[in-house]
Design a protein. Sequence first.
Length: 398
Amino acid sequence: MFVLTAATILHADVDAFYASVEQRDDPRLRGRPVIVGGGVVLAASYEAKACGVRTAMGGAQARRLCPHAIVVAPRMSAYAEASKALYRVFDDASPLVEGLSIDEAFLDVRGMRRIAGTPVEIAVRLRREVLARVGLRITVGVARTKFLAKVASGVAKPDGLLVVPPDGELSFLHPLTVERLWGVGPATADKLRGRGIRTVGEVARLPEPALVAMLGRAAGRQLHALAHNRDPRPVQPGRRRRSIGSQRALGRSPKSPDAIDAVVVGLVDRVTRRMRTAGRVGRTVVLRLRFDDFSRASRTHTLPQATAHTRTILAAVRWLLATVMPTIECKGLTLVGVAVTGLDDDIPIQLRLPFDRGCGSALDDALDEIRERFGSAAVTRAVLLGRDQGLVVPLLPD
């Protein structure tokens, strides 16, 4: 006989994190529409979101939608400190914490009833402690699976608490729109809605082979499982990320090939340094692009062996960029991103003979040491001199 387990997984997510930190630190901003970032919106308070402002929106469009908004410059060091304080509260609440980003995490509270109370009592106390110790408001979803806990917190935003009992999972999930399913972005949503499928319940009523035929094997099987709340993944403390990447919004002005190449060089430098700092290597290089018409494209290339070598990864990204340059010339470019996926620990299994002297890592090691001792701006490439390299967004440690 199948018995449902209790709802013991919490998904905790700070509301409008960057903007909330700004409102916390400056009382004049509280209750007012706040936009973090000028050229591109990095975050918006809920007062600004009520006017239609969204993250990654162009600054000019955001100001047209919300002309009375207060635009503030981002303070990444403040957000990093707030994140550290937030995770101290999470770690005090449960020994099983899986970070998703600097402002959200899963917590597993199984077996804690005697020492900490029910999952609901823990969630209430967690929200109270974050407000008291960090000065920020969080929303918490409580459910039996990670997927449903995250959906619940999304529905409960802002500043809410929503518990989905095991016997009410599908009655809660099925009326929601298809966009609530993990993996359903604008393109997949358009495909589903084009076939008259608008709710999770309508997805659930489709046979799995029909979804596979419509969306492909991986996406079809995943959506079929999630629509029935089948998500066996446990909360995994210390789970290492599967990819390391960085991206840069470019605005809508025309960009020369040299300017785009300089952005790519800066992104690759940033990504490969993070990989080496974390002791990670990877084989698959990904280039992501967004064009002036808001359409997107991605290109991937798999290297012969895993590496964190800057020159090797930069050569792969430049080759990918060359393949898509005709499209960029026709459609313009507003965002470029670089990532390395399929990461593994940098533990050499067999040493390679140095047939190609250009593939050595001595230069990377020397530059890393200089930047570690004297700061990231101590040495840079000539092509990047005088160019704005964008913001360095705080990340969870890997």
